[in-house]
Design a protein around this ligand. Structure first.
Ligand code: C2E
Ligand code: MG
Ligand code: MG
Ligand code: MG
Length: 281
């Protein structure tokens, strides 16, 4: 009995591996034509300054709608795109689209708004990464101070020195660099000091832990102190409730993003959002 049970689990495990392998193959094959077929779009999530309540920018978040697969979450397809290097053209598409978009917002008279774009470590590792970014800025006419790149702590695991010098160069051009999902990865404070970053984004999981019976603000509170000591701005992501917002204000967090402010919105709703904020909504 034990044996067949063991065998059963073994078969099940392999079936699961086979299924996920097949799913990845299917996603990969559809991803190959997704740019050409214009299946990607970007949504924009407002980012608000807690000190004055104003929207200062938007995070660009990619969306993929495939005729056969329907909407596929970036949490699923970005990983596949990274493994097959398709993240390189897809990431460049996202950067260019976001820069064109925010430049257009400025040109409509809404000046000063910034756009944040997520960058995969696979993109960063390309020799041509920095020149790609600078070329996109040149071609779109967006001034570097309006661009922020969001990277994750995984850059620490991959060619650290070379990645740091690329980021350093982009910093010197005036581009902001945020460390995304902070607190979930490999960060040690000594690495943090080496990174040429401007911003820490506290991961949603820490903001979630404010709530409930064992409500805990200690990690968030420490991240904010360390960030400020290092001269960084601190953003909280995934703020869903007023209670979280007011705690973050008390903790002197600089900026917030989350469903409580707004979900990510389609590009054609961004001007309306800005107008509603200016009117003091
Ligand atoms: P991220 O950069 O950490 O983005 C935050 C994610 O949390 C987004 O999910 C956003 O829609 C979601 N979110 C924001 N506020 C709230 C909230 O209050 N509650 C909840 N439950 N969720 C919230 P999304 O758009 O599904 O993106 C997931 C991840 O995919 C992103 O995490 C980012 O790592 C990656 N991603 C998205 N777009 C791109 C892209 O253009 N390039 C790359 N390389 N990665 C991307
Ligand atoms: Mg992000
Ligand atoms: Mg994040
Ligand atoms: Mg996250």
């Amino acid at each position: 009995k034990a044996k067949s049970n063991h065998l059963g689990e073994y078969v099940f495990y392999n079936q699961k591996m086979q299924d996920s392998f097949n799913e990845r193959m299917v996603i990969e094959s559809h991803l190959r034509d997704a740019i050409t077929n214009q299946e990607f779009s970007l949504q924009y999530q407002p980012q608000v300054n807690l000190h004055n309540g104003e929207t200062y920018g938007f995070e660009a978040l990619i969306r993929w709608n495939n005729p056969e697969l329907g909407f596929v979450s970036p949490l699923t397809f970005i990983k596949v795109a990274e493994d097959c290097q398709l993240i390189i053209p897809i990431g460049e598409w996202a950067l260019r689209t976001a820069c064109v978009f925010i430049k257009n917002i400025h040109d409509q008279g809404y000046e000063g708004y910034r756009v944040s774009v997520n960058i995969s470590v696979v993109q960063l590792m390309q020799d041509a990464f920095t020149s790609m970014v600078l070329t996109v800025l040149e071609e779109t006419g967006l001034s570097p101070e309006y661009l922020e790149l969001e990277i994750t702590e995984s850059i620490i695991m991959e060619s650290l020195e070379r990645n740091i010098s690329k980021l350093q160069l982009l910093r010197e051009k005036g581009i902001a660099i945020a460390l995304d999902d902070f607190g979930t990865g490999y960060s040690s404070l000594s690495y943090l000091r080496q990174l040429p970053i401007t911003t820490l984004k506290i991961d949603k999981s820490f903001i979630d832990s404010f709530l409930g019976r064992n409500g805990d603000i200690s990690i968030t509170s420490s991240i904010i102190s360390v960030g400020h000591d290092m001269g960084l701005e601190v953003v909280a992501e995934g703020v869903e409730l007023e209670e979280q917002l007011s705690l973050l204000k008390e903790l002197k967090c600089d900026k917030v993003q989350g469903y409580f402010i707004s979900k990510p919105i389609p590009s054609n709703e961004v001007v309306n959002w800005i107008e509603s904020q200016v009117m003091g909504d």
